[in-house]
Design a protein around this ligand. Structure first.
Ligand SMILES: Nc1ncnc2c1ncn2[C@@H]1O[C@H](COP(=O)(O)OP(=O)(O)O)[C@@H](O)[C@H]1O
Ligand SMILES: [Mg+2]
Length: 376
């Protein structure tokens, strides 16, 4: 271990509930170096229990909440430990873990906005001995923000270009964009555009019992149905609502689709959901940074070739690339972002962008769960 290294771990499990992604990041090498990665698929039983609880179909919800918080905390801790073992790095050489947690409910509107992430950070700190920063979103909400998206500050630190207007599109369960104007006087903005993979994932699970549409192959065997597309876009005010805005599974899910499809074939619906996802992203990018020239795509959606093709087709004057072309593989961007956010907090620096979340001011995010040796 180099004495000059500055190691952090990021732990991410997003709304897709597919896996826990763990990234070991060294910030001593500018702007950062991914030292090691590890992904731990979520066991189907855990995933189903989470979805049942989130959909309010548990018979004993408080007990279920407590148990899942425990089980996920242990799963996060195990994943961090496996990452360290694979990288042959000692826990004492890691400054901190940034753990996003598993979102069970995100409700940024109404009289009492809240967002709920679980995966007990006490267990992560206790099991690994590493100081853990978690619960990032609620401080931004307490400052009047949406609590989301939080990745734009990281995107800006890593991907902003001095000559070219860029956008970063993160396609997880939901999709969010970060708009990075080249002009340093222009603010960085961003918001959730709506569904990412969630609608396509739900639809293929319903019809073919598969977790996702690999490469977008099934969808590309169908035809985009313009009337269905127009109906879906028109039916939901979310798409045209001005930022700040953020969303989750409570809003975009299987029921959202079922309420609106007619007699179209399942493949045609999948093709149309792919187009809806692409269009809602590109329309948002065009509307908020019209002279954008480059788009970097990250998150699991970057591996869906059909989706990328539709994004390209909708933005003919733009180069669409994977963030791998900008130095960071799509799968690890969000995990690395939470490693970076933990580092911001330990350095006493804010992690939110008020222009993005709508918070009244930049704030230090998260709560610190001390490891075996105090955080420095
Ligand atoms: N090869 C692939 N082809 C199509 N879609 C993929 C592929 N790999 C991953 N995905 C999509 O990415 C999703 C996971 O993306 P991820 O960024 O982990 O989302 P989240 O942050 O919500 O967990 C999967 O559910 C799937 O829809
Ligand atoms: Mg995931």
């Amino acid at each position: 271990m180099s004495p000059d290294s500055e190691l952090f771990i990021g732990l991410m499990s997003g709304t897709s509930m597919d896996a826990i992604d763990a990234v070991l990041v060294d910030f001593a090498i500018e702007p950062l170096r991914i030292q090691s990665t590890y992904t731990q698929p979520l066991p189907e039983s855990l995933r189903e229990a989470l979805l049942r609880l989130a959909a309010e179909r548990s018979t004993d919800p408080l007990r279920c909440l407590g148990e899942l918080d425990h089980l996920l905390g242990s799963a996060f801790a195990n994943t961090a430990q496996k990452l360290l073992d694979a990288a042959r790095v000692e826990a004492c050489d890691v400054k901190a873990i940034g753990s996003h947690g598993q979102t069970l409910y995100h409700s940024p509107g109404g009289d009492a906005p809240f967002t709920l992430q679980i995966g007990d950070p006490n267990r992560i700190a206790q099991r690994t001995g590493i100081t853990t920063v978690a619960d990032f979103r609620r401080r931004d909400m307490a400052a009047g923000g949406q609590g989301a998206p939080l990745v734009p500050a990281f995107h800006s630190a890593l991907f902003r270009h001095k000559d070219r207007n860029r956008a970063v599109v993160n396609i997880g369960g939901m999709a969010n964009v970060t708009l990075l104007p080249a002009d340093p006087k222009q603010p960085v903005t961003g918001f959730d555009t709506g569904p990412g993979n969630v609608l396509m994932d739900s639809w293929i699970r319903q019809h073919r019992d598969e977790r996702y549409d690999k490469g977008g192959a099934w969808g590309s065997s169908g035809r985009i149905r313009p009337q269905l597309l127009a109906r879906l876009l028109r039916s939901d005010p979310y798409f045209q609502a001005p930022p700040p805005k953020s969303t989750g599974r409570e809003h975009f899910n299987l029921d959202w689709i079922i309420g609106q499809v007619g007699t179209e074939s399942p493949q045609d619906v999948q093709a149309t959901l792919c187009e809806l996802t692409a269009f809602s992203i590109t329309d948002a990018v065009r509307g908020h940074l019209p002279d954008v020239v480059e788009i970097g795509v990250c998150g699991g959606g970057a591996y869906n070739r059909s989706l990328l093709k539709r994004i390209e087709a909708n933005l003919p004057n733009c180069t669409v690339v994977s963030t791998a072309n900008w130095g960071l593989e799509p799968q690890w961007v969000e995990g690395a972002a939470f490693a970076w956010l933990a580092r911001q907090t330990l350095r006493g620096l804010p992690g939110n962008l008020p222009e993005v979340t709508g918070a009244s001011e930049p704030v230090l995010l998260g709560a610190i769960y001390p490891g075996r040796s105090p955080a420095s």
